[in-house]
Design a binder for this molecule. Structure first.
Ligand code: ADP
Ligand code: MG
Length: 539
């Protein structure tokens, strides 16, 4: 794997769980995250780096596969991997593999051949069960430990065997010495299967949400990939923001930028080259990302009944986020809108946060808004004009991003909080009700030592809020001073929010909680920026 990047925390977790397993303690893992977020890549990296003669890995990718694949792959992989760690000759065919390992693990070899024979006879359920039991047999017979990976495990449903999850549950319960790692790109479905069909096992799985890269990881990714070709910090930040940190998009965009810079013999990437790359990939009909998004739309919007799905997508991309508003914009009834929103959530396209619905994938949202919608709605099909409009739009986005990045925190937060409209949103596990602010003005308050704090005083119908803005760390004493000064201002704020780009230390955090203040650090702030469709804050 040439370009693997980041994901150290997750790789460390897998390695730790494998270590624990060897000590006799098993904690299975479930990786849940959108398609193309990098789940399989992490697992393949783990397998690639695994260098332990006491661990036999078994990796099955279930995307679009049938029972023949499942059994053929399971039987051959397990014997192959065993042969590999024992330094035996490696083969691809099952009979040859079985012959090689038979002197060492006769029962496992026989069981693998038997499972394969069952498939040939069309006895799928028995074959499935036999394949699931192979790790256990190997562990008993040879004393190795096993890691059994089922990538996109929800697809077991498509194997055409009855009750696939019940059989899986049984085999997870009995095979205590085998670590199970499962993944799924469909959060709702996966959690449903885990809680209903693998009911007893819910607690048995540690659920890990695989997220896009954060800003730092995206930066690192870009640096690694661009190697000798330079690109200014603000363009790198733009790309991180534009792709929402999705490694697939970063990968494809950087590849294009490298190509273009080679074609034009440029040692440094400037904005026009980025605009060109975005046009080639996101606008052109045969651009990789455009094709990719078109397939997504085909999947979710095809069929007569799904016209409303497309309209809802447009509404969401255009910045309408609440059921009622979507109903108004589309002149549609609540029933169908709610139903289609539910469908889009199931399909992992839309996420719901409190009362707020939004398209999860930032670049997809951009494509729907500026490419797909225009293509569907435009009357003027003159391609030259459409390209020009799109190019202007991307250029504007790059410029806006650079302008916005130069704005100070106070301006950014003011622009953000002016968008609030009584939403109830959940940010990193906390619920917040965000009122409508009628007026937001900057203030400075000064503590006893003479230090100033930048503050926003924001008016609501129920009284003013104070938002304290801070780039550097805050200490417990600062929180005391803020509380004290707020009282002195004589406005008795209804709510005080600490907006701090650096994490607070424990003392300051406790003090703030005691004073019933809210704390928004960089992750909360950038989640809000993203929800309200604004560029990230780059600190
Ligand atoms: N950590 C990473 N480093 C480099 N590229 C990555 C990384 N994670 C994902 N990618 C890119 O994104 C693509 C899709 O990732 P993949 O692992 O297939 O997603 P998933 O399994 O979650 O659907 C990969 O083919 C690769 O190009
Ligand atoms: Mg995958």
């Amino acid at each position: 794997m040439t370009h693997f990047c980041g994901r150290k925390d997750i790789l460390d977790l897998i390695r730790k769980r494998v270590g624990d397993l060897k000590e006799g303690c098993r904690q299975n893992l479930a990786f849940i995250g959108s398609s193309y977020i990098g789940k399989s890549t992490i697992l393949l990296k783990f397998l690639n780096d695994l260098d332990d003669n006491a661990v036999v890995p078994l990796y099955l990718d279930l995307e679009g596969r049938d029972i023949h694949y499942f059994v053929s792959r399971a039987t051959r992989s397990i014997l192959y991997q065993y042969a590999r760690i024992k330094g035996l000759p490696l083969q691809e065919s099952l009979p040859l593999l079985a012959q090689t390992v038979r002197p060492f693990i006769p029962c496992t070899a026989a069981a693998a051949v038997e499972a394969s024979a069952l498939v040939e006879k069309g006895r799928f359920a028995e074959a499935y069960q036999a394949a699931l039991c192979l790790p256990d047999m190997l562990i008993r017979e040879s004393g190795v430990t096993c890691v059994f990976i089922l990538d996109e495990f929800h697809r077991l449903e498509d194997l055409g065997v009855p009750e696939p999850f019940k059989l899986l549950a049984d085999s997870i319960t009995t095979q205590k010495k085998c670590l199970f790692i499962i993944t799924s790109s469909y959060e709702e479905l996966a959690k449903k299967i885990l809680s209903e069909k693998l009911m007893l096992l819910f607690g048995n799985f540690e659920i890990v949400n695989v997220q896009p890269f954060d800003l730092k990881a995206s930066q690192y990714f870009i640096e690694q990939r661009m190697a000798d070709v330079r690109m200014g910090l603000s363009l790198r930040n733009f790309l991180a923001d534009f792709t929402g940190g999705r490694p697939l998009y970063l990968d494809i965009l950087l590849h294009e930028l490298l190509n273009l810079s080679a074609i034009y013999k440029q040692q440094e990437v400037y904005a026009p080259l980025v605009v060109q790359a975005v046009e080639n990939l996101v606008f052109s009909r045969w651009g990789a990302l455009s094709r990719h998004f078109e397939l997504v739309v085909d999947r979710i919007c095809s069929g007569r009944a799904n016209r409303l799905v497309m309209d809802i997508l447009f509404a969401l991309a255009n910045g309408t986020h609440k059921t009622k508003e979507i109903m108004d914009v589309l002149a549609a009834k609540q029933g169908p809108v709610t139903q289609k929103l539910g469908y889009l959530i199931e399909q992992d396209i839309v996420e719901k946060n409190g009362t707020y619905f939004y398209i999860k994938d930032k670049l997809f949202r951009y494509w729907v808004k500026y490419v797909f919608q225009r293509r569907i709605k435009a009357v003027d099909m003159e391609p030259g004009r459409q390209i020009k409009e799109f190019k202007d739009e991307v250029t504007r986005a790059v410029n806006d991003f650079q302008l916005t990045a130069r704005k100070d925190l106070s301006t950014r937060v003011t622009e953000l909080v002016r968008c609030f409209e009584n939403e109830i949103l959940s940010l990193h596990g906390h619920l917040y009700r965000l009122p409508v602010f009628t007026d937001v003005k900057p203030l400075k308050i000064r503590n006893r030592c003479g230090n100033y704090f930048d503050v926003l005083q924001a008016e609501t119908e129920e009284g003013p809020w104070l938002l304290v803005l801070r780039k550097d760390p805050l200490a417990e004493g600062d929180i005391n001073a803020i509380a004290e000064e707020a009282r002195k201002l004589g406005i008795r704020p209804r709510r005080c929010v600490i907006v701090s780009l650096s994490a607070l230390d424990e003392g300051a955090k406790l003090k703030a909680l005691e004073e019933r203040m809210w704390i928004w650090n960089e992750p909360e702030l950038n989640s809000l920026m993203s929800l309200y469709d604004k560029p990230y804050i780059v600190s």
